[in-house]
Ligand binder design. Sequence first.
Ligand SMILES: [Zn+2]
Length: 55
Amino acid sequence: MSNISLAERVQTSPAICMTAGCNNTADMEPDQDQGFCEACGGKTIVSALVLAGLI
Ligand SMILES: [Zn+2]
């Protein structure tokens, strides 16, 4: 167990706020399922990687 290997596995990815008219972008971890948007205050940040996988 080392912090280096953990850091390499948990990488941030581009994420987008799904609130209409917000369009805020942020970085989030791939396994994070509730993203907090600093712009509109909602838990509406969705990973772009997740969107790509679902659509
Ligand atoms: Zn937002």
